[in-house]
Structures are given as structure tokens and as C-alpha cells.
Design a protein around this ligand. Structure first.
Ligand code: ADP
Ligand code: MG
Length: 337
């Protein structure tokens, strides 16, 4: 254990590579944000992100159907483009496939991928294909673009900025619990469908990212892939700040509320530490709050949810009034969970 990767954790491993990375010409951001940011065609920036999905680690072939998986593989990468305020441009798909994989599985996977690709206008541009000795291996790389100076980094937050969520969190984690521990708590068919869809068919908030970028509203942004507290922690680290998350302001959807009640759990737990929500988490100067909420309502028909504010120090605290505490578990870590 002492010498293993559990000690270092996922983010210690990333740090190891980050420390070794050299700067290069035309590179505005390398490791450390949702996408790398490079000089693009005149007047624009190029965004690049990559993510892997491994059978047995990210999905179970029995749990997530191939069509949903195709959607999710692209959607999770598009969420990183959205987190920079970018417009999707194109995708590359690298696959390792076991020789005995049914052709129908692959065809359905392709359908789901293409559905997401046409919904977000992000065509498949290339990839790579190999055989795999153990399970399905998927790696998506997505390119995006954003006008010069309109990209939104994790590092731009200021003390006193407000923290907002583009959509409530936690349903995806509840959906995963239903998949991993069937039949799960007693729930209506509708609630079950809502929670499973949140996990299997996440909608990246591309339009919201574009709006915040175009209007110059967000000071920092990230997408929630590992858990609200963990991902807010990344904004804090990169911005050199701390944050307070106001527990009573955390939005909890009706389905998540009923799931938590039926499982005898606190809904705050999945809402603050559940992963794979793929919604946007961003910070705003308080003076822009009304403008942002109005624009999101008018242009996208969505509500933005204020969940806290940035402070000095480096801690992410949860609470209210004069009671604040640090949660020991903030989200998912590949080598610790
Ligand atoms: P996200 O959840 O937004 O995909 P991650 O937490 O996976 O972000 O990664 C954070 C940063 O670390 C990103 O800039 C990513 O490109 C980089 N990164 C992750 N793994 C590696 C690696 N093995 N080598 C180099 N960079 C990495
Ligand atoms: Mg991300």
C-alpha cells in the first residue's frame, strides 16, 4: 500500500506528468484544465480533450447498453469542451475490442455515438482500432474551438465570486447505485428511468458553456465529472482560493429526493460527491449574477443554481451560518475508490 498508487491518488499521478511537461510554442494551456488550449485558426483557440472508458472500470457490459455507452463516450468529452466555453469541432475514436464481441454490440454502440455526434454537431474524424485481450477499451479525443480570449479556465476565480451549478447534481450517482445493486430501493418506474437516464445518457451543457463564454460571464469553469466538491476543489486549487458550499442551497431533484428517502440516505451525499453528472460548475462576479440568470432563462430556458462562494484559504467547506466542515470524501478517485 505504501508504495502503491493508492498513496499518490489519481491526482498525484496527474501531478507526476504535469511536473514533467515542458511548455511549447502556441500552447496557452497544457495539463491542468478540462481541455488543452492551443492557438487555433486566426482569431480562435483550439481545444483538445481526451477521456477513456474501460469495461469493468467505467461501465459494465451488462449494466449499460451499447447505444447508451456510445452516447456517453462522446458526451463526457463534449462536457470538457463545454467547460472551456467551446464549440465542438470533431472527434477521434480509438477502440480496443475483444475478438468475440458481437457485431450487434458494435453497431448499437456506433448508433449511440452518431446520435450524440449529430445532436452536438461534432463529426467523427478518425481514430484507431485494435483487438483487446480483456474487455472493451474506448478512448475518445474531441477538438473544439472558441474565439480568442473567450476560453474559460479553472484558474480565473476571484475571492467573493459566487459558485453556480448549471443543473442539479447527484442523479447520475443514484442511477449507478441502481445498476450496481439491483433492484435498489422501492421507487416508481418514472423515478427509476430518470435516474438511469442521468447516468446512461448525460447531456453535456454545451449551449450553456457557449452562452457564458460569449457574454463573458463566468470567471472560472469546470464540468462535474468526479463530484461537485472534488471539482470545485480543482477550481480552488487552480485559482489559489477556498470555497464555502451552502448545504441548504444545493438543488435536489424530486427523483433524487425520493431515491434518498427510500434508501435512508442523505441526498446531499450523492449531490456533493457523486460523479458523472457532466453539468457545468462555474464562478461569477456577484454583479453579473442577475444578468447570467436572466440570460440562461431567456435563451436556454434553464435555471442556474447558486451553491456557494469563494473565500481565501484553500479549503472547500460545507455548511451554513457559523457551522462549516470539510468533508473527507469529495468525490471519485481512480486509485482510492
Ligand atoms: P477531466 O475530469 O476534466 O477530464 P482530469 O481530472 O481527467 O480532467 O485531468 C486533469 C488534467 O490532467 C487534464 O489537463 C488532463 O489532460 C491531464 N491528465 C490526466 N491524465 C494525464 C496523463 N496521464 N498525462 C498527462 N496529462 C494528464
Ligand atoms: Mg472536466
Amino acid at each position: 500500500m505504501a508504495d502503491g498508487l493508492e498513496e499518490l491518488g489519481e491526482f498525484g499521478v496527474i501531478r507526476l506528468f504535469r511536473e514533467a511537461a515542458a511548455p511549447g510554442e502556441g500552447i496557452l494551456k497544457g495539463i491542468g484544465d478540462d481541455c488543452a488550449v492551443l492557438e487555433g485558426p486566426p482569431g480562435s483557440r483550439l481545444l483538445v480533450t481526451t477521456d477513456m472508458l474501460l469495461e469493468g472500470v467505467h461501465f459494465l457490459r451488462e449494466g449499460t447498453g451499447p447505444r447508451d455507452l456510445g452516447w456517453k463516450a462522446l458526451a463526457s468529452n463534449l462536457s470538457d469542451i463545454a467547460a472551456m466555453g467551446g464549440l465542438p469541432w470533431g472527434a477521434f475514436l480509438a477502440v480496443g475490442l475483444p475478438g468475440d464481441l458481437p457485431l450487434s454490440w458494435l453497431e448499437e454502440f456506433r448508433e449511440g455515438l452518431l446520435e450524440c455526434s449529430s445532436r452536438y454537431e461534432c463529426p467523427l474524424l478518425g481514430g484507431d482500432t485494435t483487438s483487446s485481450e480483456k474487455g472493451v477499451v474506448l478512448c475518445l479525443t474531441v477538438l473544439g474551438r472558441v474565439p480568442e480570449g473567450r476560453e474559460i479556465y479553472r484558474s480565473g476565480a476571484k475571492e467573493g465570486d459566487l459558485v453556480f451549478l448549471g443543473r442539479p447534481t447527484g442523479e447520475s450517482a443514484a442511477g449507478l447505485t441502481l445498476l450496481l445493486h439491483p433492484p435498489g430501493p422501492p421507487l416508481s418506474r418514472e423515478d427509476r428511468q430518470v435516474l438511469l437516464a442521468a447516468h446512461n445518457r448525460p447531456e453535456p451543457q454545451v449551449e450553456l458553456g457557449l452562452l457564458l463564454s460569449r457574454e463573458g460571464l463566468a470567471t472560472a469553469m469546470i464540468d462535474v465529472s468526479d463530484g461537485l466538491l472534488q471539482d470545485l476543489g480543482h477550481i480552488c486549487e487552480e485559482s489559489g482560493l477556498g470555497a464555502r458550499v451552502e448545504a441548504r442551497k444545493i438543488p435536489i431533484t424530486p427523483s433524487l429526493l425520493r431515491f434518498a428517502a427510500a434508501s435512508g440516505k442523505d441526498p446531499l451525499e450523492p449531490a456533493l460527491t457523486g460523479g458523472e453528472d457532466y453539468c457545468l460548475l462555474f464562478t461569477l462576479d456577484p454583479k453579473d449574477q442577475a444578468r447570467a440568470r436572466k440570460a440562461a432563462r431567456r435563451e436556454l430556458g434553464i435555471e442556474l443554481h447558486p451553491v456557494g462562494y469563494l473565500t481565501g484559504g484553500r479549503k472547500v467547506l460545507v455548511g451554513e451560518g457559523d457551522r462549516w466542515e470539510e468533508w473527507s470524501r469529495r468525490g471519485y478517485d481512480h486509485f482510492r475508490d
